[in-house]
Design a protein around this ligand. Structure first.
Ligand code: FES
Ligand code: FES
Length: 155
């Protein structure tokens, strides 16, 4: 049996009718239509589905949509500028931190959470913060440089 709920995503209320077992990832992608967050492992291993929940990064594939009712959900779409790239996104491009792009939405979410709590992270702190986000393309170096340069630029 489906239930009515309202999800608050990127500053907007979305009424949805969902199965109680539906993950937050599937609700946001399939019911709301925001497809920036990716489904990789569907098992809390890769971080491609990462969203912010009241500012904290969570693997949305392993989080029930109903648990997010009453919370602020932020996806990668909510981090982008209206017309242009957010500074963190621009640094990812500049440093080659994006190749196939599959990991990028989750990386940006985790990096945003880090930079909001630590405006000047060390390389080690960046690597720890992004440890739950797997990237099979870039080797991580460009991603780490991008996050650190985005921090410097906003200091
Ligand atoms: S799809 Fe959620 S952690 Fe991989
Ligand atoms: S850019 Fe391809 S998985 Fe990271």
């Amino acid at each position: 049996m489906k239930v009515d709920a309202t999800l608050h995503v990127n500053g907007t209320d979305f009424p949805v009718e969902i199965d109680p077992h539906l993950s937050l990832l599937r609700a946001v992608r399939d019911e709301i239509g925001l497809t920036g967050s990716k489904e990789g492992c569907d098992d809390s291993e890769c971080g491609a589905c990462m969203m912010l929940l009241d500012g904290k990064p969570v693997n949305s594939c392993s989080y029930l949509a109903l648990q997010a009712v009453g919370k602020q959900v932020t996806t990668v779409e909510g981090l982008a500028g209206a017309e242009e790239l957010a500074p963190l996104q621009a640094e990812f491009l500049r440093h080659g931190g994006v190749q196939c792009g599959f990991c990028t939405p989750g990386m940006l979410v985790s990096a945003t959470a880090l930079l909001r709590s630590n405006g000047d992270p060390t390389e080690g702190e960046v690597r720890v913060a992004l440890a739950g986000n797997l990237c099979r393309c870039t080797g991580y170096e460009g991603i780490v440089r991008a996050v650190r340069d985005a921090a410097s630029a906003s200091a």
